[in-house]
Design a protein around this ligand. Structure first.
Ligand code: AMP
Length: 206
């Protein structure tokens, strides 16, 4: 388990390297980026400057925030341009995907998944599996823009009701429809896990 800072300092965002067809997805990326910057939270992401990945980074930078891009050498010319990578506050070039994923995990206090494709899915599923195995208790969010993640959430429910999710209490991703609610929800979940007594205490007050 990693140390728990008193406040959230960094959030990892997983999302498509493509823009997707619904313009709401790019807008959600930009808006989430601005919201991170306004809350003094560093963006950790895959370094790509195209698609939704590019939109999140641009949102953070446009609001004066900090961005760490972590990209393997072989993807630099596919998912970014050398010029745009130069605009990031911090750039980490890794040897391979494994090193990239590990660096993203280590540096992040929480994980948000915007709409994306197979790469995005792989990244958030891995983080959920590490949570399930008790390797971390960092907040995880599905940004459910226009119900994008509905089929995935149905699949998780299906696996759960079929008896295959063995430590469900450790795999409790937040599902949030509105971008402006994401950062406040992460901060709440972080504060609760910093104080394990907090959750029952709050429930008893309801
Ligand atoms: P996609 O959702 O397919 O557009 O991919 C989004 C991001 O996930 C891109 O930065 C990809 O480089 C990254 N990605 C693709 N495959 C993997 C993988 N197996 N593990 C980690 N990241 C990946």
């Amino acid at each position: 388990m990693t140390e728990h800072n008193s406040t959230i300092r960094s959030v990892c965002v997983y999302c498509g390297s493509q823009p997707g067809r619904d313009p709401a997805f790019m807008e959600a990326g930009r808006q989430l980026g601005r919201s991170l910057a306004e809350n003094n939270i560093r963006l950790i992401y895959g370094g790509g400057t195209k698609g939704i990945m590019g939109a999140v980074a641009a949102g953070v930078l446009s609001a004066g925030g900090q961005v760490t891009g972590i990209i393997p050498e072989f993807l630099v010319d596919m998912e970014a341009t050398r010029h745009s990578l130069g605009q990031l506050s911090e750039l980490i070039i890794t040897q391979d995907m494994h090193e990239r994923k590990h660096a993203m995990f280590e540096r992040s206090d929480a994980f948000v998944t915007l709409p994306g494709g197979i790469g995005t899915l792989e990244e958030i599923v891995e983080i959920m599996t590490w949570g399930q195995l008790g390797r971390h208790a960092k907040p995880m969010v599905f940004a459910n823009i226009n119900d994008f993640w509905k089929p995935m959430l149905e699949l998780i429910d299906h696996m759960s009701s079929a008896g295959f999710i063995h430590t469900a209490h450790r795999v409790r991703p937040l599902v949030i429809d509105q971008v402006e609610d994401i950062v406040p929800a992460i901060i709440d979940r972080w504060d609760m896990s910093a104080n394990p007594e907090g959750e029952p205490a709050i429930i008893s007050k309801l």
